[in-house]
Design a protein around this ligand. Structure first.
Ligand SMILES: NC(=O)c1ccc[n+]([C@@H]2O[C@H](COP(=O)([O-])OP(=O)(O)OC[C@H]3O[C@@H](n4cnc5c(N)ncnc54)[C@H](O)[C@@H]3O)[C@@H](O)[C@H]2O)c1
Length: 307
């Protein structure tokens, strides 16, 4: 099936903006929905085939007016960090779970395929690494819990109605346009003071990082070939410690700073070791193309242009 008119919630966020540009390049017509709660209005995309709706996904009636006559929805709008979910539990639930339920209800009415963007955080501390989609869903953060509940509603819509909803569980996404996360934090700290870096936690946290263009491709593959009722991991299936990341960044920046550690856990609810089993999405013809060294260099180039 050809998907011509596509809605993207969270279209002004890090992943949403990259996806929007990609789909506009494929001649799609895009309905963008974003209330700018975690992005800047001045960054809003302007294009003859892009219409923006400054609305909150918690508002079902407003959302209904924006989303009609569409072929597909990429649902990315979310409260997207673990620390904020600890601080604002109810708001995190209302945006991530209730907001997703609203998107599902409207998509059902318009018969649109839904790509729900979820997170590896739903696994909590995984039973095994690399972690497959069959692993238990046992989140250890409120963000993980609200995204896991959202996924459950996706499964329930497919089970109850003849809807076409696919979930993608993203690992740590990085690259141009990202203004959060460990790499962004290191770039900023080292730009301000190239002779010292404070690392949150022990530096031994070991995570799976996936480059933004590979994620955009995974979103496209999920729309074209994702099986309704299925969830797919999107990671690189390589993991790096925070210390290894820091070393690579020092090399790119050509600096040799003193490193200190806060010790303990980086933040409450953090999953300290992640690594995706990506064989399920690979079967649909997707694979990561950009390795960490190339990805970090591109990201740093973008950072330098932005500061
Ligand atoms: N970036 C990652 O590493 C990563 C990893 C796993 C999963 N994800 C998921 O991918 C999706 C996109 O992540 P991102 O990194 O682009 O996040 P982001 O915070 O940059 O983008 C989210 C966008 O949603 C908007 N938004 C938030 N609440 C809204 C609401 N109530 N109504 C309308 N718009 C609202 C924000 O203004 C923002 O522009 C999220 O669902 C996130 O949970 C991201």
């Amino acid at each position: 099936m050809e998907y011509e008119k596509i809605a993207i919630t969270g279209s002004n966020g890090f992943i949403g903006r990259n996806l929007t540009k990609n789909l506009l390049n494929q001649d799609k017509t895009i309905i963008g929905i974003d209330n700018f709660s975690n992005s800047k209005k001045k960054d809003q995309i302007e294009h003859p085939r892009y219409s923006h709706y400054d609305i909150d996904i918690r508002n079902l009636e407003e959302l209904k007016k924006a989303i009609n006559g569409i072929d597909a929805v990429f649902h990315l709008a979310a409260q997207s960090t673990v620390p904020k979910s600890t601080k604002y539990i109810d708001k995190d639930f209302e945006i991530n779970t209730k907001g997703t339920l609203n998107v599902l209800k409207i998509s059902k009415e318009t018969d649109a395929k839904v790509i729900n963007v979820s997170t590896s955080t739903v696994y909590g501390i995984p039973n095994s690494l690399p972690t497959s989609e069959e692993s238990p869903i046992k989140p250890i953060s409120f963000y993980g819990a609200s995204k896991a509940s959202a996924e459950s509603y996706c499964f329930a819509f497919n089970g109850t109605y003849d809807t076409s909803v696919v979930s993608l569980r993203l690992y740590n996404v990085y690259g141009p346009g990202n203004r959060k996360g460990v790499m962004w934090d290191f770039f900023n700290k080292l730009n301000a003071n190239p002779s010292h870096l404070e690392i949150l936690g022990t530096g031994k946290q070991e995570k799976d990082y996936i480059y933004i263009t590979d994620v955009v491709e995974a979103l496209n593959v999920a729309l074209d070939r994702g099986e309704p009722g299925e969830a797919y991991n999107v990671g690189s299936s390589c993991s790096y410690t925070v210390n290894e990341l820091a070393e690579r960044i020092f090399e790119i920046m050509d600096i040799d700073p003193e490193v200190t550690y806060t010790g303990g856990k980086s933040w409450k609810g953090d999953v300290e070791k992640t690594k995706a089993d990506i064989s399920k999405l690979k079967k649909l013809g997707w694979k990561p193309e950009i390795g960490l060294d190339e990805g970090l260099k591109n990201y740093y180039k973008w950072f330098k242009r932005k500061i």
